[in-house]
Design a protein around this ligand. Structure first.
Ligand code: S3P
Length: 444
């Protein structure tokens, strides 16, 4: 994606939101479906794939590695080929980090580049375990893009305890473990999203999961063969979070989002909102493509501030910016703890969220790795009227446009283009529910 010019966008106070909508497929599952399909033998058909720029970058990367992706036609584990040029991963940390795990098991050299946001993000956390397995990194000691890595067809199996709660680290090591000679084990102190485990099993990998070694222990058998399978991608709960938040803060709203992923490793946001007093219900709970799914019904609610404990962070890591915006409308203080990982997302989300709130008249502060928001409901309203710096971060853009739908004065984000990385339909779906957006000079 090109970021030569910025596209500011404003959201003003909305009329009541209503209707039933579907959000696009989950980003995490979409990346994985493409990559695992590429490693499987045969044709994998993916239904409901998210066509956001991040996921399309994974499809492009696989094409560059010799895997045809109209429907994913897999090449077999170890069957990818050296690309002719650099692989540009744009804004996508998930795509890049998982892809490094996948490339690690191939005897080929790949140079990865990305946009300025991705080029600032730490890659040492992925390179460290992969180097223990046999990956070679040309720029020794370098931990940010651009990076050239050389994989190996003879990876060593390892036992690795992840230093931070990260599904990306876990997934990269498990993907490399598919190519190792023997069993590779990942131990995570806190459970993170488990889509890799679920989907690898779906594709026929041998995987054991247990609670031992003081955490969740996942062991994968090496020299694996994956067989092509159809994949159904449920609606993205992180995208759903913006619609849910809008309905909660705009008086009179009542909406239903159909077919949303409600895997318990992803539902911390919904647990927190219920504690805040939100009227949210999961209806028609069912299983689709090996993942729990439900229709989410939400009604505008009077909310109160709560403490969000640090151990909940992995299950709602991408939802803190919008939770902080919802907390602005709650009565009393919301204290979100254990957020150090937010500092290394597409932007420093801790700082960007606090700055965005301050620009819109919401008292907020960062204390160590905690974010504290002083809700305005007691005083009647959220002022709004500010311009928010998004720092190439789609979730900061969507969180503050959502804030604008309930604020007294319109809220402007300096660049809405990044929204296309994860949720290109954001504006269209919000408008279908009743929201309005405009270029900033038009909004009054
Ligand atoms: C993701 C894991 C999370 C999350 C990201 C998607 C994944 O990152 O923030 O948006 O698909 O594995 P970390 O694993 O680095 O916490």
């Amino acid at each position: 994606m090109s970021h030569q010019s910025q596209s500011p966008l404003s959201a003003g106070r909305s009329r009541a939101l209503s209707g039933r909508v579907r959000v696009p497929g989950d980003k995490s599952i979409s990346h994985r479906a493409l990559m695992f399909g590429a490693l499987a033998t045969g044709r994998t058909r993916i239904c409901g794939l998210l066509e956001g720029v991040d996921v399309l970058d994974t499809a492009k990367a696989l094409q560059a590695l010799g895997c045809p992706v109209t429907k994913v036609l897999g090449r077999g584990v170890g069957g990818l080929a050296e690309p002719a040029g650099d692989i540009d991963y744009g804004n996508s940390g998930t795509g890049l980090r998982l892809m490094m795990g996948l490339v690690a098991g191939h005897d080929m050299r790949v140079r990865f580049v990305g946009d300025p946001s991705l080029s600032r993000r730490p890659m040492g956390r992925i390179l460290k375990p992969l180097m223990q397995m046999g990956l070679d990194v040309s720029e020794r000691g370098r931990e940010t893009l651009p990076l050239t890595i050389r994989g190996s067809a003879d990876l060593l199996p390892i036992e690795y305890r992840t230093p931070v709660a990260s599904a990306q680290i876990k997934s990269a090591v498990l993907l490399a473990g598919l190519h190792a000679s023997g069993e590779t084990t990942v131990i995570e102190a806190q459970a993170t999203r488990d889509h890799t485990e679920r989907m690898l099993r779906h594709f026929g990998a041998e995987l054991a999961v247990s609670e031992r070694n003081g955490g969740r222990t996942i062991t994968i058998a090496g020299d694996a063969e994956l067989a092509a399978r159809d994949v159904v991608v449920p609606g993205d709960p992180s995208s759903t979070a913006f619609l849910v938040s809008a309905a909660l803060i705009v008086p009179g709203s009542e909406i239903v989002i159909e077919g949303v992923l409600v895997n318990p490793t992803r539902t911390g946001f919904y647990v927190t909102l219920k504690e805040m007093g939100a009227d949210i219900a999961f209806r028609n709970e069912r299983e689709e493509g090996g993942e729990p799914v439900a229709d989410v019904r939400v009604v505008h609610s009077r909310l109160k501030g709560v403490r969000v404990p640090p151990e909940r962070a992995p299950s709602m890591i991408d939802e803190y910016p919008v939770l902080a915006c919802v907390a602005a409308f709650a009565e009393g203080e919301t204290r979100m703890e254990g957020l150090s990982e937010l500092k290394v997302k597409e932007s420093d989300r801790l700082a960007a969220t606090a700055a965005g709130l301050a620009a819109n008249g919401v008292p907020a502060k960062v204390e160590g790795d905690a974010l504290i928001v002083d809700g305005c409901r007691a005083s009647g309203s959220v002022r709004g009227g500010g311009t928010v710096a998004t720092h190439l971060d789609h979730r900061i853009a969507m969180a503050f446009l959502t804030l604008g739908l309930g604020a007294d004065r319109p809220v402007t984000v300096d660049d809405a283009d990044t929204i296309a990385t994860s949720f290109p339909e954001f504006r269209g779906l919000m408008e279908r529910l009743g929201a309005t957006f405009a270029a900033p000079e038009v909004v009054r």
